[in-house]
Design a protein around this ligand. Sequence first.
Ligand code: GUN
Ligand code: ZN
Length: 438
Amino acid sequence: MNSTLLRGRTLSFVRWPQTLEDHSAWRYEEDGGLLIRDGRIVAAGTYADVEKQADETVKRIDHRPHLLLPGFIDAHAHFPQMQIIASYGAELLDWLNTYTFPEETKFANAQHGRRIARLFLDEMVRHGTTTVAAYCSVHKASAEAFFAESHDRNMLNIAGKVMMDRNAPDGVLDTPQSGYDDTKALIKEWHGKGRQHYAITPRFAITSSPEQMEMAGVLCREHPGLHMQTHLSENHAEIAFTQELYPWARDYTDVYEHYGLLGKKSLFGHCIHLSEREADALSDSGSVAVFCPTSNLFLGSGLFDYQRFRRRDKPIRIAAATDVGGGTNYSMLRTMDEGYKVIALNGEKLNPFQSFWQTTRGNAEALSVVEKIGTLDAGTDADIVVLDARATPGMRLRMETVETLAQELFLLQTLGDDRSVREVYVAGRPAKADMSAG
Ligand code: GUN
Ligand code: ZN
């Protein structure tokens, strides 16, 4: 039996924390224990209690004084964009045409795809992220590369090849039929293999013809349990162009609605400039709006209205994400730091418990995988991040004045990055040590 007993300060969420005093929303053990067997957490609680269930063959790892949390979840990122992250000077459509589409043509080469998939998942894990909802390029081989790499590491990831058949260079175009056929083949090969999940991925309304949108809807109806991911209402020029391409649509959301793409497993990146009607449509269908703060700031797209979406009469389910390479950092800590500032610009605050809820349990709920990941509950997969709030001299000094868990979490979010990630467990296996180079 392959068993490990972790010791440290464990923190996991039960539900959305309303306030900093809403203690029953989380479980925190100052001296906590997690017993892991065959990739799953089999017992969680105080170390004294959990230790009683461990025999002498169990490997013991003491992470005190660090925090043990569920591994971070990134609800939207583009793995083929690693070599155009940090590209200067453009808003969305120019950025796509100038940097992104040309870069993604390289993924016709399967070897290139495999190398970048490997380095992408290395980078995710190095930053404490154990699950990502990833966009691959249009090429079937890029999705094969991603899933092969993810499966080898036994990570729970969600991914799909983008479907795109117009308004981009030939090297990144499919056709309605080939997009459908490749997606079908990838679902058959990868969905449900180990921990892999396939997401039907029409890139966005601008790069899909009505025929392709139709095919995406057919795929969703043929595979009702699958995720669907796309982009929605990120940028004013994008919205205007979409309206030109789909003149009959009431608004941008209506395009996706028309083709049957809204639903509980539908993930819409950005959702910045939504009308009340569009917000109602997302809410009514149980669709998820994905908040990508570093990207929205970097591309000058706008401010996601997190608190309004949560509080409206018809609330919208929300996930948070890096959106690498429009986003500027692989870290969910950096992401929530920028998220805090975006929300502050809207005159609101997101408290640190809410923030860490969002990147763990909140994202797991939004991605409909909370039965498996996003908490430290017994019976779930052992995807865990170990966080050190004293990782740099500046953090160490600031920690001298920290008195509460809330303050420590806020420090981690505001000053932390990959240096704060001491270890990461993927399905119970220490994963930081495995990193490859080059
Ligand atoms: N809209 C369509 N494609 C993309 C992309 O790759 N990144 C971002 N940020 N928005 C998009
Ligand atoms: Zn994106």
